[in-house]
Every structure is written in C-alpha cells, then in structure tokens.
Design a protein around this ligand. Structure first.
Ligand code: GDP
Ligand code: GDP
Length: 463
C-alpha cells in the first residue's frame, strides 16, 4: 500500500531539502514559471523498499492580499488533510519557537499520525534542540540532517510500522499487490460476490494520461457535465479527489484530478508536471483507464504510468481518444494495436477501445471494457479447473529438465483476487526459467479469458 507523507513546519527548517532527498530529481514537480505562486509540491518518494507520496508544504511566498501566516496555515492545513502521516520538522539549531508551537497545536488537532523530527542535527549540532523538542509533547524526536542524509534509517524504521497500521486500517481500498500471499494455500470457496459494483461499493475508476489527452472532457461526459458545473453543493469540493456517478447503470466513483485542478485555477503548466497526481489516481483505482490522444499515442509519460498501473496490480483499459478526428480508422487501429503490443508487453491482452470524449461515441464500448476488466480482476478459478488445466499445459509443453532432473509442477491454486494471483507447488523452483512462467501466465489469460488484469504467478518449492 502506498501512503502519503506531508512534510510540515515553519519556513527554513529544511523541508524542501528533505523533500528533495526523498524524491530525488525524477518526479519532483519543479515549477519555474514566473508569476505562479508555488503551491504544494508532490513527488514519489523512495526510502529503502518503502514507496510513498510525499507532499512538501514549503515554498511560501508573500501573496498579494494575504499575510504570510494566513497562507502558511492554509497550505499546511491542506497538506495535513491530504496526508496519512505528517512529518513535523524543527530546526535543531534554533530550538522550539512560537511558530513551532503553533504548528504543533494545529497538527495535534488535525493530523492522523505525527512524526516529530529535528533537522540540521548533523554531528551533535541538534542535541539541545532535540531536548527542547520533547516539550512539545509529541514524543521523542528523530534527529535528521536532510542536507547530509543522516537519520534516514531512523525515519525508515519509524515509517515501516505506521505503513502496516495504515494498510490494516484500509481493507476496503484496492490492495497493493505482490505482497503477503497467505502462507496456507487453503482455497477460499466462498462464492463472494460482494465485489460487484453497487451503490455501497461503487467501482473505482481513474482516468490517466498526458495533458490534453481529453481526461476532463471524458470525465465530464461520464459524470454528466451539469453536475460538474454545479460545483461544491453537488458534493464536489475542491479538495475532494473523487466524484460519484452513475455510468450507464453502473455505480462508480471516478478520480477527478484534472477537473479539480482546473477549478483550483492552477495553470496547465503546473498540471503537466504533476506526475504524482497520476500516481495517486492509480492508487485510488480498481480500474485504470489509460487515455491516449490518437494523434500522439504511447508517449513516454503514457507508458510510464501504464506500467505503474500494472505493477500496482490494477486492472487496465486503454482508450484511444479523439477518434472523431481520425480519417483512416482501420489503418490507425492496426497501428495502435501494433504499438501497444510492442511498447506495453506487460499489459498483453488489455482491451484497447476507441472513443470520442467530445461526442460521446464509443463510451458504451469503454463502459463494457471497464466492467469486464473489473470482473476479471475479481475472478476466482476453482482449484479443480486449474489443476486440470495445469496438467494439460505441462503435457503440451513440459517444463525443462536441467541436468536430467525433471521439474514437477504438482499442484496449483488461486490464492487471491484483485488481481488474480496463483501459486504453483513445484520441485526445483529455482530452475524454472522465466519463459516457462510466461507460458503459464499467457495460457491462463487465453484459456480463462482474462484480459485487462495483471496476473501474478508464484512457484513454491515442495521438495
Ligand atoms: P524550508 O523552507 O523548510 O523548505 O527549508 P529549506 O529546505 O529551503 O532549507 C533552509 C536552509 O537550511 C537552506 O539553506 C538549507 O541548505 C539548510 N538546511 C536544510 N537541511 C539542513 C541540514 O540538515 N543541516 C544544515 N546545516 N542545514 C540544512
Ligand atoms: P486533459 O488535459 O486530459 O483533461 O484534456 P481536456 O479534456 O482538457 O481536453 C484537451 C483538448 O482536447 C480540449 O480542447 C478538448 O476539447 C479536446 N478534446 C477532448 N476530447 C476530444 C475528442 O474526443 N475529440 C476532439 N476532437 N477533441 C477532444
């Protein structure tokens, strides 16, 4: 599971320095556009094997009509509300100031989890400050040096259990994948159908893609334009991340980055750079719609985010937008299919539909593809069927016999859904080539008709 960490504190304590250290250069939203007051920055952070979204509330500048304090408070409140965890930073060389006390109070009221940190504590420089920080009543402070990279291991050790707590608190969000396969492979026979979209459990959709691909237009079309225009009273607040709607009879919640951004008067330039928004959208969604502009399909940014959606285990539908502008449709469709297979082999089998967000043409196809992908993502295959299938597969194409020792695939079962994950009990699992795993995954996809979902397959050694 990915969580969001906000770095908060008064100006000059080292928030940006810490942000840059956690995010690196890759995804930092760097805004060098003159005239735009810098807003919250977001990026994807890495710390050891932890991945999370980090928000930096730094970069305060005097606004024309507002005091620095007012603006600082507003920005900090927004960061705190968006975050699962707040990292409250003090300057260890200065000690606790009145402004720090003010922030401590605000955080105590609003923040879900608080980590206290004393920065600029390289060497022994922060010791006095760290002692003082106890007086805030927020526990023992971490000692960091953002500039020198000290204390990052302590930060990691503090975040790790919190990340687990957060994951446990949110059983209803789409799970991150690749982790925590149950140790016992007892099959869950319950015919659980409650994954089906309902008013209580709307299907969670995100539309992602490069700027100008038509995301806002598509989202407006899906949720009904008047609803978006009616604004906050209709349940759309500026800070909301999703909008509920009825999409051709299916209750959905759709992640609406683009619309919110536009409402918030943020310039296109800033939006363009906000890769973190795309990441957050993926994290929210059960089904991710990768929206392409047919005129410029499969750009770097599209590929990166589609790959991210797959690695996070989300169901994926690719939609080529502005199809109304295309002259030679059959030719273009072939071209798109070819490019798709070449550039996104990890999404093999994901549906590719053509739409016009503007005219609404193709929305029925998109709706059908989303429902299908969601169904497949939740699909459970019985152990009996799987093992029948497995013996047919191994018969047709036996696993290799390295050094004359036969690899035996004994038994197979599905251990989880969302996305479907399978365990194959086998001998000499370390000798099974990757290509054999791909053969099985592609076979599962074709034989059980499972387009649009990542499929996880794990070999477990059984002597
Ligand atoms: P922000 O306003 O909270 O974002 O603070 P900045 O990240 O812009 O840092 C303010 C100043 O403190 C800059 O001059 C940084 O170089 C300096 N600084 C940041 N972290 C450290 C640190 O760990 N040690 C020392 N000595 N200086 C630091
Ligand atoms: P976003 O940045 O991805 O949210 O893109 P917008 O929804 O703002 O759309 C960018 C531009 O493409 C706007 O001028 C839209 O009117 C236009 N556009 C969006 N969808 C279509 C479509 O299906 N056909 C055509 N011809 N133009 C479209």
């Amino acid at each position: 599971m990915m969580f969001t960490l906000a770095i908060v504190g008064r100006p000059n304590v080292g928030k940006s320095t810490l942000f840059n250290r956690l995010v690196g250069k890759r995804l930092a939203l760097v805004d060098d556009q003159p005239g735009v007051t810098r807003d919250l920055r977001e990026g994807q952070a890495r710390l050891g094997d932890l991945r999370f979204i980090v928000i930096d509330s730094a970069g305060l500048e005097m606004a024309d009509d507002e005091s620095l304090q007012g603006r600082m408070r507003r920005l900090t409140e927004r960061a705190v509300d968006e975050a699962d965890i707040c990292l409250f930073v003090l300057d260890g060389r200065v000690g606790v100031t009145a402004a720090d006390e003010y922030f401590a109070e605000l955080l105590r009221k609003r923040a879900k989890h608080i980590i206290l940190a004393v920065n600029k504590a390289e060497g022994r420089a922060g010791e006095a400050g760290a002692m003082e920080a106890f007086s805030l009543g927020l526990g023992e402070p971490l000692r960091l040096s953002a500039e020198h990279g000290e204390g990052m291991d302590d930060l990691y050790r503090t975040l790790l259990p919190l990340a687990d707590v957060l994951a446990a608190e949110r059983p209803d969000t789409a799970p991150a994948t690749d982790v925590d396969l149950p140790e016992d492979f007892e099959e869950d026979d319950t015919e659980a159908e409650d994954w089906r979209p309902s008013a209580d459990r709307p299907l969670q959709i995100a539309v992602i893609g490069r700027p100008n691909a038509g995301k806002s237009t598509l989202i407006n079309k899906i949720i009904g334009e008047d609803r978006l225009l009616t604004g906050p009273e209709a349940g759309i607040t500026r800070d909301a991340i999703s909008v509920g709607a009825d999409f051709m009879g299916t209750p959905i919640r759709i992640f609406d980055t683009a619309g919110m951004r536009k409402k918030a008067r943020v310039t296109d330039k800033v939006e363009k750079l906000s890769v973190a928004d795309g990441l957050r959208a993926v994290r929210f969604a059960e089904v991710v719609v990768v929206l392409l502009d047919v005129a410029i399909p499969f750009e770097q940014q599209d590929l990166r985010i589609a790959d991210y959606a797959e690695s996070e285990g989300r169901a994926v539908v690719v939609a080529a937008n502005k199809w109304d502008l295309e002259e030679d449709k059959p030719h273009k469709l072939n071209e798109l299919r070819e490019a798709f297979e070449r550039l996104l082999p990890q999404l093999k089998g994901a549906p590719l539909v053509t739409v016009s967000a503007q005219t609404g043409k193709g929305l029925d196809r998109l709706h059908a593809a989303i429902l299908k992908a969601h169904e497949v993502w939740n699909r459970r295959i019985s152990t009996a069927k799987l093992n029948q299938w497995l013996s047919a597969m191994t018969e047709a194409h036996p696993p290799p016999a390295p050094g004359g020792r036969r690899i035996r695939l004994r038994y197979m079962t599905q251990v989880k859904t969302r996305p479907p994950a399978f365990v194959v009990m086998a001998t000499h699992t370390d000798q099974i080539p990757e290509s054999y795993g791909r053969y099985l995954v592609n076979g599962l996809r074709a034989d059980f008709d499972m387009p649009g979902t990542p499929i996880r397959l794990i070999f477990r050694d059984q002597g």
